[in-house]
Ligand binder design. Structure first.
Ligand code: ZN
Length: 229
């Protein structure tokens, strides 16, 4: 059902709140504090409280919210958040694969379009793309029935052992970082080997033919990897 019929605020901001809570609660689905949410959305804490109360009192509710314990998605909230995320990631894949958008531009475009496409349009995009499982950043696309497989990856900057790894995903939000990663030839599927780390940067062997790369911490923070075995 359309959120506007239940909560007297616009769909786009409802969707953005639900998506933010989904992202911040992580695979463990822990509760999210209003402070974390305010930071993530760039909104004043007072408006956060106000909106969360509306989302909690909708029938059926989108979230479970207690000021001291933070907020969690209700089953309906989670369903909607995953649906918007599915739209987002399918649109990104479509823009990248079919319309030849550069990787660093698809996220912003998808942020706008994700709220408005119909179920039919979503299904057509998915079929056209051969029902992809991953978007161009390497993130899982939630299934049509609202499931999202967990990805066993870890931040490149958290690696303690040497060895071979494969880039699992790259953060989608920062166009400048994405452009830099692209220039270094780093994208989902790239094999890498960490050869040296310092507080400021990581040295890697990557690509074909193998080259030595030096990534700043900020850049390396945008990359998640999994073991190559
Ligand atoms: Zn995105």
């Amino acid at each position: 059902m359309h959120p506007n019929r239940q909560v007297n605020v616009n769909t786009e901001s409802v969707d953005n709140y639900l998506k933010a809570i989904l992202a911040l609660s992580g695979p463990e689905e822990r509760s999210v504090s209003s402070t974390a949410l305010a930071q993530h959305l760039g909104v004043a804490p007072a408006s956060i409280t106000n909106m969360l109360q509306k989302l909690a009192s909708a029938q059926p509710s989108y979230v479970e919210y207690e000021k001291r314990r933070g907020v969690r998605l209700s089953p309906q909230g989670k369903r909607r958040a995953l649906e918007v995320l599915r739209h987002h990631r399918l649109i990104e894949t479509f823009l990248y694969n079919v319309l030849d958008y550069p990787i660093e531009e698809v996220h912003e475009e998808a942020e706008r379009l994700e709220h408005f496409i119909s179920e039919r349009f979503e299904e057509r995009i998915s079929a056209k793309l051969g029902h992809p499982k991953f978007d161009p950043h390497g993130h899982c696309i939630p299934t049509i029935d609202g499931r999202m497989p967990k990805q066993a990856s870890k931040p490149l900057t958290s690696l303690e052992q040497d060895g071979s790894f494969v880039v699992d995903s790259v953060a989608d939000q920062d166009a400048i970082l994405l452009k830099r990663l692209k220039a270094h030839g780093i994208s989902p599927g790239t094999r890498i080997q960490v050869t040296k780390r310092s507080p400021q940067e990581l040295s890697l062997l990557a690509g074909r033919p193998l080259r030595v790369l030096r990534l700043s911490r900020a850049l390396a923070d945008a990359v998640r990897v999994r073991s190559a075995e």
